[in-house]
Design a protein around this ligand. Structure first.
Ligand SMILES: Nc1ncnc2c1ncn2[C@@H]1O[C@H](COP(=O)(O)OP(=O)(O)OP(=O)(O)O)[C@@H](O)[C@H]1O
Ligand SMILES: [Mg+2]
Length: 344
């Protein structure tokens, strides 16, 4: 049984007599150890969905089963105890500004009745884990955004939860700091065998640390799968837009290519999309060995992710017409997407 299982879950809100379907018939499974990403535009229902996982929202219909517990069946006390197994971090950190870093981290431990000396020791341990050694006496206002989120993470981990929920946890951070916090999340996922459910509107966050992804639109999960599958072969329009937003090249390829064709009118220009990780190099060298063609890389747009590399490579093939035709057919036969941009 999956660690988190949602079956036909709905959550509607009644706003002035109008029903808003924030989460609309969602079924999904998160396995132990997953870093499960949920991506969608504003209003898609992402926050409502994660709040259903720790019982901050209860489903209007369907079941939410987390670690064997059906959330709707828990008593008030049962729900309070259950929540200790789930940590959560937020976009704006939600720290207590009048408390020091150490006191912020100790806060959930106080609530669970841990003795002071033990709390202080546990906070030290957690500060070490998140890279905040020696900052225990600082106040949140004296920290950078990345450090504030590290406090949020340490506090969320204080009670040794099995699951960490992240609601846009890096959306207020600059790209460099985002990467550092993502590295930390990946690290604790592996070190503590912690399952992470992360929501974001940034596909690069998904690519960098998630192994699975669900795409939400208007309360529904419209596409779901392994990150490698979804990045290499997105099905829905909204998913294609998200993937393209991430894989978008930093310069305009059309300009580079027009220039290139002018200078090399006799070649055939192809854009290759690799469906398998790291297939690019062997496939290209095999083509060169088997057929009498030259392959020149004109333009590459490859991004690295936790689950492999994604993107495209634009190459110029030169040689006689038959060899070029054979090499092109060879690429197609190797599970490589082939688009001919120009025939010399
Ligand atoms: N407590 C509530 N009462 C009424 N409507 C709500 C409530 N919570 C959420 N909604 C509505 O449900 C829909 C989904 O909201 P939700 O906050 O889950 O979206 P989101 O994907 O997290 O968006 P964002 O990216 O902006 O955070 C929205 O239309 C929102 O207005
Ligand atoms: Mg939200």
């Amino acid at each position: 049984m999956a660690l988190i299982q949602l079956n036909n879950v709905k959550r509607t809100f009644d706003v002035k007599g109008k029903q808003i379907r924030a989460v609309d018939d969602v079924t999904l499974a998160v396995e132990k150890g997953d870093i499960y990403g949920i991506v969608g535009y504003s209003g898609a229902g992402k926050s409502t969905l994660v709040r259903l996982l720790n019982g901050l929202e209860l489903p209007t219909d369907g079941e939410v089963v987390v670690d064997g517990e059906n959330i709707s069946a828990l008593s008030k006390k049962g729900l309070r105890d259950f929540r200790k197994n789930i940590g959560m971090i937020f976009q704006h950190f939600n720290l207590l500004w009048s408390r020091t870093v150490s006191e912020n981290i100790q806060f959930p431990l106080e609530l669970s009745g841990m003795k002071k000396a033990e709390r202080v020791r546990r906070a030290e341990e957690l500060m070490q884990l998140v890279g905040l050694e020696g900052r225990g006496d600082a106040y949140p206002s004296q920290l950078s955004g990345g450090q504030k989120q590290r406090v949020g993470i340490a506090r969320a981990l204080a009670n040794n939860p099995k699951i960490l929920l992240c609601d846009e946890a890096t959306s207020a951070l600059d790209p460099q700091t985002t990467d550092e916090v993502l590295d930390l999340l990946l690290d604790i996922n592996q070190q503590l065998d912690l399952t992470i459910v992360l929501i974001t509107h940034e596909m690069n966050v998904i690519r960098k640390i998630c192994n699975k992804v669900a795409v939400m639109e208007l309360g529904k999960v419209v596409e779901e799968g392994s990150v490698a599958e979804v990045f290499r072969n997105p099905q829905q329009e909204v998913t294609k837009r998200f993937v393209q937003q991430d894989l978008k090249p930093s310069e305009d390829p059309a300009e580079v290519l027009t220039e290139f064709i002018k200078e090399n009118p006799n070649g055939t220009l192809l854009t290759l999309t690799f469906k398998d990780d790291n297939a690019n190099e062997p496939v290209i060298s095999q083509a060169i060995r088997q057929y009498d063609v030259d392959v020149n890389v004109v333009y590459g747009n490859i991004r690295q992710g936790k689950e492999g590399s994604f993107g495209t490579l634009t190459v110029l093939l030169t040689g006689d017409a038959t060899a070029i035709r054979q090499a092109t057919a060879f690429f197609s036969a190797q599970e490589v997407g082939v688009e001919v941009l120009h025939h010399g």
